[in-house]
Design a protein around this ligand. Sequence first.
Ligand code: NAP
Ligand code: GDD
Length: 352
Amino acid sequence: MKKKIAIIFGITGQDGSYLAELLLNKNYIVYGIKRRTSLIHTTRIDHIYKDIHLKTNLILKYGDVTDFSNVFNLINEIKPDEIYNLAAQSNVGVSFELPEYTAQTDSIGTLRILEAIRILDKKRKIKFYQASTSEIFGNSPEKPYNEKSKFEPVSPYGTAKLYSYWMTRNYRDAYSMFASNGILFNHESPRRGENFISRKTIIGIIKVIKGQQKCLYLGNLKSKRDWGHAKEFVYAQWKILQHKVPDDFVIATGKNYSVKDLINLVLKKLNIKYAWKKDKNNFEYAVALNNIGQIQKSQIIVKQEKRYFRPNEVHDLVGDNRKAKKVLKWKPKINFEQLISEMINSDLKKII
Ligand code: NAP
Ligand code: GDD
């Protein structure tokens, strides 16, 4: 049987690497699109990459979703069966500092791919997956969020992603394209970027124990997130494109925890005894109650700092995954505690 061909925009990211593994295991030919960078950073996919001169089902190509001619030429040359658009400036906090670049990548980038498909794929054979996000719900009042909930994004990132969500739906309706949105809630893994809260907390606290930094500085501890495992969430991405009709799906665990819950869990797993206190500005900090590693009793090990707060915040995200469970037969199995344990164990091996 002819092998399916997939393009992954954003293959060097967390999800791109897990999705590439999944598709290769399913015998796809995978074209991974990576950006030109001054230092090569393919660490997340090095274990599956083989020299291009050998026989391989993973081919890397340079590309950037801010360049229409490049996107057009890639799709024209590769003639894929499936396209996964995971490419994005994906950090919500950073999107307040880079709003225009975020829009170029996270909004117009999607439009460029959709337009290329519309022009090139007259027979409407290509299936398109858009990496949508729970950030499009923002602080919309009715929770848990499902496919029919109101969208009220509160960041340049969420707003840019909402444009892509609607464009994906519009191209599906207007041009009969197989174009689907996966509205994914937060998902983490040992491969998570180091400046997202889960990984930042774990790396930071391990470094404090090892004496490589004195304290971990963070922003808002009150916000809540519905955290799942990236490996399970990319399986949902693939399932969305295998469904018989294009559609939009919420992918979530259905349980959420606060940032403070996350920190408490990491401290507990690393056997640190501590107490939370407040300073005169009402910022919280955690003080060690025992000597452990390089930590001295009474040392401030975690502290809130103004610079890590965002100009606007999504307070409480939790998803209703019933449609995905029923229609796609997708169900998450890894719980929050197992996820964080896996990430801690991985970073304990890396930080020496
Ligand atoms: P990630 O680790 O930040 O990966 C993003 C990928 O996009 C990287 O490969 C990055 O390349 C690439 N990229 C960035 N700008 C690009 C551009 N202009 N042209 C081409 N590629 C570009 O993000 P992730 O966690 O894997 O998430 C994957 C997608 O799902 C993103 O679209 C994200 O917004 C969305 N999403 C993520 C979550 C989550 O919790 N992880 C939840 C909902 C939705 P570099 O490696 O060169 O930076
Ligand atoms: N990154 C970060 N760094 N977040 C912090 C910090 C800090 O120092 N201190 C507190 N937080 C809080 C943020 O304000 C936010 O409320 C929460 O921790 C989670 O932040 P992130 O881990 O950066 O994730 P996010 O929820 O903003 O965005 C992620 O999930 C979205 C889906 O809901 C990203 O993966 C997005 O790409 C994704 O769409």
